[in-house]
Design a protein around this ligand. Structure first.
Ligand code: ADP
Ligand code: ZN
Ligand code: MG
Length: 492
């Protein structure tokens, strides 16, 4: 659709605050489990309930995850990092303050590259800091306005979060989506995040509209222009798709307001997923409202030497490129085989033992194809990867046909849980040759005298019929060419 002059002149500017849940066994300041449970408040203790006198102890694993993220986004990790109290009263916050980081976050000035419509874009990351999650509220019998009563569950209170704050570098909703996919991919590679976990990604998005003539040649926007632009902060976004929809809506709403001469209120808005709109919540709170002060119950954390000690795995982009070069894969296969760290690790494991091309076919096409069809991922069969390797071995050593391996063994493995050797034995799928095929040929001739007679009378279809009988007897595991030849010899 052609843009009007007016629309071209209004440019969308977006910055994100992304909260990701770190995959640690226990909470950030106490020993309570972070595992999902059906028992409300089952994973709580005096620390995460904020009882008087209870003191926080920092979880090393959360710091390790934060350092890994810092290294992956090429951030500055300071010598020393500190914790602050962010004060506000709300029933999901048992202490009436949240322990977070303020002026000395664990990661500063990083960046992440992502592909937007085939073009590389670098998004600057202003900071990333550690904090504790509040609890969750369950409004019974309706929404917050209409509920009869509200239940409070502190199982989530104290779960470690990393808040990742970008610079306002996005110029549209689709860029945000590309960034979020890339971010999740990297976090999962690092093993610090699980996208499948409920509520593990929560996004606040800031959006403003800037006039085209304020944007520099190179696409950058001066600080004062950004600061002056009235922006809204859209809360309650919990998925990539939700982010794209919410921001597309919000961009249009602001443009309309500007075109009608109303201007944009600086405020916090709520994304109403069901209605597909953003609604005004409150005027935007400011930093000074939170009365930040130092958390005196936690000493400053000397984090510089952690950075040296903690290693991170090869990241997806680098691995993709290496796969293409090292295993001679096309970009499509390399994409599939690096889609998650688990897939990439398994591919390399298989390629080390068998041929790289056979490994690519079996992991990228057969295995991922069958898993995908069943709405499963490789993590669902992590404990059975040795069985998949055993199956590939049966193909590589020519013990079963590729067709049987793919269509019968692999599918049965996934559907009924049996191992490959069992399936091959029980279904009689071992490749048949030599004496076994000869025996089947003899049986077919003995059992089908009519067909034999037809053959001698020169009826062409008779031989094909007999081949079919032998193939059926051997469970499709014989070589049809060999069967054909043996039959002719026997019949003459
Ligand atoms: P606040 O004081 O509201 O927390 P920050 O300066 O910390 O503001 O920025 C919060 C988020 O707002 C960041 O993600 C930043 O990129 C984004 N942001 C800043 N200016 C703009 C703007 N003009 N338009 C859109 N987002 C912006
Ligand atoms: Zn606890
Ligand atoms: Mg802020």
């Amino acid at each position: 659709m052609a843009q009007t002059q007016e629309e071209r002149e209004l440019s969308v500017v977006i910055g994100l605050e992304v909260h990701v849940q770190l995959e640690t066994d226990t909470k950030i300041f106490c020993g309570c489990s972070t595992a999902p449970t059906d028992e409300p408040n089952g994973h709580t203790c005096p620390v995460c309930l904020g009882l008087p006198g209870a003191l926080p102890v920092l979880n090393e694993a959360a710091v390790e995850s934060a350092v890994k993220i810092g290294k992956a986004i090429d951030a500055t990790i300071p010598e020393e990092t500190r914790f602050h109290r962010k004060n506000y009263y709300y029933p999901d916050l048992p202490k009436n303050f949240q322990i977070t980081q303020y002026d000395e976050p664990i990661c500063q000035d990083g960046e992440l590259e992502c592909l937007v419509a085939g073009e590389r874009r670098t998004i600057r990351i202003r900071r990333a800091h550690l904090e504790e999650d509040p609890g969750s509220l369950k409004h019974k019998g309706g929404s917050i306005d209409t509920a009869e009563y509200t239940l409070v569950d502190y199982n989530r209170a104290g779960v470690p979060l990393m808040e990742i704050v970008t610079e306002p570098d996005f110029r549209g909703a689709s860029e945000v989506r590309a960034f979020l996919s890339k971010l999740e991919e990297v976090l999962e590679y690092l093993g610090v995040f699980d996208s499948a976990r409920d509520g593990s990604l929560r996004i606040d998005a800031n959006l403003s509209i800037v006039k085209g003539d304020k944007i520099a040649e190179d696409g950058s926007i001066p600080e004062d222009v950004l600061a002056d632009a009235n922006r809204t902060e859209v809360k309650n976004i919990s998925s990539h798709k939700g982010a794209e929809k919410a921001l597309a809506y919000e961009a249009q709403r602001q443009k309309n307001a500007i075109k009608r001469g109303r201007g944009v209120e600086q405020e916090t808005r709520h994304w109403d997923e069901a209605r597909g709109i953003t609604v005004s919540m409150r005027s935007k709170e400011e930093e000074k409202d939170y009365r930040y002060f130092r958390e005196a119950d936690l000493p400053p954390l000397q984090v510089a030497d952690w950075k040296e000690q903690i290693e991170i795995p090869e990241l997806p982009d680098a691995r993709r490129e290496r796969f293409q070069a090292e295993y001679d894969l096309d970009s499509e296969a390399a994409d599939k085989l690096t889609s998650t760290k688990q897939v990439a690790d398994f591919y390399e494991d298989v390629a080390a033992e068998f041929d790289a091309e056979l490994a690519a076919t079996w992991v990228a096409d057969e295995l991922l194809g069958e898993l995908n069809y069943r709405d499963m991922t490789i993590t669902d069969i992590q404990s059975r990867l040795d069985e998949v390797k055993a199956l590939i071995e049966l193909v590589a050593t020519d013990e079963i046909t590729a067709k049987n391996a793919r269509e019968t063994v692999l599918r049965s493995m996934l559907d009924d849980g049996r191992g490959p050797a069992t399936i091959v034995a029980e279904e009689g799928l071992g490749k048949t040759s030599g004496d076994a095929v000869k025996a089947a040929v003899t049986t077919a001739i003995e059992e089908n005298p009519d067909a034999v007679e037809d053959y001698h009378n020169g009826e062409g279809g008779a031989l094909n019929f007999l081949v079919g009988q032998v193939m059926a007897q051997t469970g499709g595991s014989a070589d049809p060419g060999e069967v054909n030849q043996l039959l002719r010899e026997e019949l003459e």
